[in-house]
Design a protein. Structure first.
Length: 279
């Protein structure tokens, strides 16, 4: 059971990058229980890398990450395995194994993390596929179903062990708007019915407005978080020119870094504004 007092995720003074290549410097934010939290930002700003830090695949250069109040430390195998079991992850691209059926793909984490007999594993995989609207497609190969169905199956695999926190890296990339909206509904359902905390990387505005309780925006130039709040609030009230233009889908003429130094108005207290947790 999650501890309701601690946030689901706390990122504390995190600096991340690879060697001398720093992507983000001294960032803080929290993700609350049962929140749908969106991470957005331009290509290459470090969204996927940030997710990989949160799930412990990369080590921070400085700072720490706490999951339900517990420091994430992949070197401590026992606590790390425990934390890992509370995660469901769909990586960018969401790749299923092409030679396995949808049910076999979903069964993989169940086989890896439980001692259930073969038939029970199969049954559970089928239940998970049913949950994402794929009943009747259990024995299909990924190449035999649509892109949207592949994404659903990848989500079913991430949900296989009933995670407390679901991480989705660009789940609607490459999908048509209707399929993408259907995926939004699935994410909302998972969040509302099962109470799953969802962390999504996305830059699809309609999707962000449809599902996000809160969004943060990463900025490559300043290596920082330039927005943290309810997307509707950011659209209507953000004083940061780049953030304002993004949420209002307007072309942004000056580069974000220039706008920041020109306006010099990036008071960290300006972030969040009572809408969720200030970073
Ligand atoms: N394992 C790695 N080693 C070195 N550089 C990496 C590694 N993973 C990602 N990068 C670099 O970090 C930057 C951010 O990557 P990424 O997090 O994938 O961006 P985003 O998901 O925001 O598009 C990119 O320049 C990428 O090339
Ligand atoms: Mg990415």
């Amino acid at each position: 059971m999650p501890d309701p007092i601690c946030p689901a995720i706390e990122v504390r003074n995190l600096t991340m990058g690879f060697g001398s290549f720093i992507l983000l410097e001294n960032i803080h934010f929290t993700v609350n229980h049962q929140e749908i939290f969106v991470i957005l930002g331009g290509s290459g700003c470090g969204k996927s890398t940030l997710l990989k830090h949160i799930i412990g695949l990369h080590r921070p250069l400085a700072g720490e990450i706490l999951i339900q109040g517990q420091p994430m430390n992949p070197q401590d195998q026992e606590s790390y395995q425990h934390i890992l079991q509370s995660f469901g992850v769909m990586y960018q691209g969401g790749a299923l194994l092409g030679s396995m059926t949808l049910a076999e793909n979903v069964a993989l984490p169940i086989e890896a993390y439980t001692d259930l007999p073969k038939q029970a594993v199969r049954d559970l995989a089928c239940i998970k596929l049913q949950q994402v609207g794929l009943m009747g497609f259990e024995n299909h190969l990924p190449m035999e179903v649509s892109g949207g169905m592949n994404k659903r199956a990848a989500i079913a695999r991430a949900l296989a062990l009933d995670p407390a926190i679901l991480f989705l890296d660009e789940p609607s990339a490459g999908l048509d708007p209707i399929t993408s909206a259907e995926l939004d509904n699935l994410i909302l359902e998972i969040n509302q019915i099962q109470g799953t905390t969802v962390v999504v990387v996305s830059h699809e505005l309609p999707s962000i407005f449809a599902i996000a309780h809160r969004a943060i925006m990463l900025d490559k130039q300043t290596r920082s978080i330039i927005a943290n709040g309810d997307p509707g609030w950011l659209r209507d009230h953000s004083e940061h020119p780049f953030v304002h233009d993004f949420f209002n889908r307007k072309p942004s003429v000056p580069h974000p870094s220039e706008t920041i130094s020109a306006h010099n108005s990036m008071n960290p207290n300006d972030l969040g504004h009572g809408h969720g947790t200030a970073p």
